[in-house]
Design a protein around this ligand. Structure first.
Ligand code: HXC
Length: 510
């Protein structure tokens, strides 16, 4: 018996060594942890249970028959984060560059199937070069099986991807179908085809960072939702994000003990909006002052800064915050901001996370660049997302709510449940200058008349009361009581029941 146990331990030890000491050291030299080290940081201590440690590939081509490594380049299993279950797989770059064989794919599919069946989230840690070239179509098929499972799980369980090394092919397409992608700065890259292939096909010379580093994907392409400075920071960040998320679309929101919202009156909010309508202020200040413990997990902070989205808690329960940011492009809605917020709103709606929306928006961004880029369709995404959402929706207009953007930003007409406005709110088709120049064009060369028209327009429309008179705004509230009012609204809405008509799925403008 002792020999049998010793053999088990020896086999385990071989598997733990992955691609061998030299490759592990190379991994460390690049500032990266190994797959098992990463899992140890991500999960609660001693909670990891590994599956498939002894799985090996079945390939006998291109010399592969001589190199079989137990585990085959991916570590899979489950554990807990903050005591709540999660399935996990971590690509092991030390074994065939983490590339995906048929057997490796089956390991991932197994945990994907278990996660979906048991309604538990799944996290993938990526550090790999895509389909294993030596296995040909068996590897491609393996990836397609993984993709299929990503799609079936979408909207049922949260799926999170963390890019922790150079990733190509299937190792970027599978993350692309999950809910969130995070990267590690300077050590992780995402591209469909790497710099060498780019050079061959297009004769373009680019570095991995220029082609697909965190600086590209968190800022320009918006493929990634955020970036961290190193592996440890990334994994701790994912633990923090995980704590905001329910286990599935049917699970209760996680709830943690919290101070009652009524206790926090914040007088500084009464002066947050500057006297001049054109002066910016930081909407994040409002978000933090409404959130429990000023704790806000921002998504896509480096992309489309004119809208801010992310998770917070109010009275211990998760909410999705969406807010126009007057500090960036005056908070205007453009294509990027619309797409960013639409995806976030849809995630929240999938998983029963209430939406809190702060509105200060001068409208949609005019111009050929936006129109040629499809602003109509991108703006429609956000409109569509808010309109189809059935989760509790609480909206506060802090200043401008102009034009179509008024409609879009969780207005009463899009089934907003509770719509508040601050006394500084201005709900109108447009600002005074633009409005007067259109409806009083004939008076344009008479400054006195224009001034009188402008004054009249401002007095009549640039306030919250025209909307409040019609019931489009439920109440005009004191800025200092925003946290209390939003919290009370959310408490009331916990029992909300609303369903859309039956459909196979909708046809959101893509
Ligand atoms: C087999 C692979 C591999 C792969 C890397 N390796 N990628 N083995 N199949 N796809 C192996 C290398 O041979 C090497 O083995 C080890 O992993 C480390 O790779 P290096 O190239 O030395 O590392 P690095 O310089 O850091 O570059 C990493 C890389 C690069 C950028 C990922 O290896 C690369 O470009 N790989 C190919 C990417 C690719 O085109 N994959 C196919 C995509 S198609 P040794 O033994 O030397 O340590 C795909 C289909 C999915 O995925 C469908 C999508 C829709």
């Amino acid at each position: 018996m002792r020999d049998v146990l010793a053999e088990l331990e020896a086999r385990r030890e071989t598997a733990r060594q992955g691609g061998g000491l030299a490759r592990i050291e190379a991994q460390h030299r690049r500032g990266k942890l190994t797959a098992r080290e990463r899992i140890a940081v991500l999960l609660d201590e001693s909670s990891f249970e590994e599956f498939g440690m002894f799985v090996e590939h079945r390939c006998a081509e291109f010399g592969m028959e001589e190199t079989r490594i137990p585990g085959d380049g991916v570590v899979t299993g489950w554990g807990t984060i903050g005591g709540r279950p999660v399935y996990v797989f971590a690509k092991d770059f030390t074994v065939f560059g983490g590339s995906l064989s048929e057997a490796h794919a089956e390991k991932i599919q197994k945990v994907q199937d278990m996660a979906l069946r048991n309604r538990v989230p799944i996290i993938g840690l990526y550090d790999a070069g895509g389909a294993r070239i030596q296995e040909g179509v068996a590897a491609l098929g393996g990836y397609a099986e993984v993709f299929q499972r990503n799609v079936l799980a979408s909207g049922v369980i949260p799926q999170i991807s963390v890019i922790m090394g150079p990733c190509a092919g299937g190792d970027v397409y599978s993350p692309a179908m999950t809910d969130f992608i995070f990267m590690v700065r300077d050590t992780s890259y995402m591209f469909v085809t790497g710099p060498d292939v780019v050079k061959t096909v297009t004769n373009e010379t680019v570095t991995p960072e220029e082609l697909g580093g965190a600086s590209v994907h968190t800022v320009k392409s918006s493929v990634a939702d955020g970036a961290f400075d190193d592996d440890i920071e990334a994994l701790l960040g994912i633990r923090r994000l995980f704590a905001f998320l329910p286990l599935s679309n049917r699970a209760e929101l996680p709830e943690i003990p919290a101070e009652p919202a009524g206790d926090r009156i914040d007088r500084s909010l009464d002066t947050l909006v500057p006297d001049s309508a054109n002066r910016p202020y930081d909407i994040k200040e409002l978000i933090l002052k409404v959130a429990d413990e000023e704790d806000f997990f921002e998504i896509q902070a480096a992309h489309a800064g004119n809208i801010v989205v992310g998770f917070a808690r109010i009275e211990g329960r998760t909410v999705g915050m969406v807010a126009n940011q007057p500090m960036v492009l005056a908070g205007v809605l453009d294509s990027d901001a619309s797409r960013k917020a639409a995806r976030f709103v849809r995630f929240c709606d999938c998983f029963g996370i209430p939406l809190v929306t702060f509105v200060d928006v001068p409208g949609f961004l005019p111009g050929t660049a936006q129109e040629y880029g499809g602003l109509i369709k991108h703006g429609a995404k956000l409109l569509f997302a808010y309109a189809e959402a059935t989760v509790p929706k609480v909206t506060v207009i802090t200043r401008k709510a102009f034009g179509g953007a008024y409609d879009v930003m969780a207005s009463k007409h899009l089934r907003g449940d509770v719509n508040y406005a601050w006394p500084t709110a201005q709900v109108a088709v447009m600002g005074a200058k633009g409005a007067v120049e259109i409806i009083y064009r004939k008076d344009l060369d008479d400054p006195e008349r224009i001034a009188a028209h402008t004054q009249r327009y401002e007095d009549r429309f640039l306030n919250p009361f025209v909307a409040a008179e019609r019931g489009y705004v439920d109440d005009v509230i004191m800025p200092h009581s925003t946290r209390r009012r939003v919290a009370r609204a959310l408490r009331l809405l916990r029992g909300k029941e609303l369903a859309n008509p039956w459909k196979k799925h909708d046809n959101i403008p893509l």
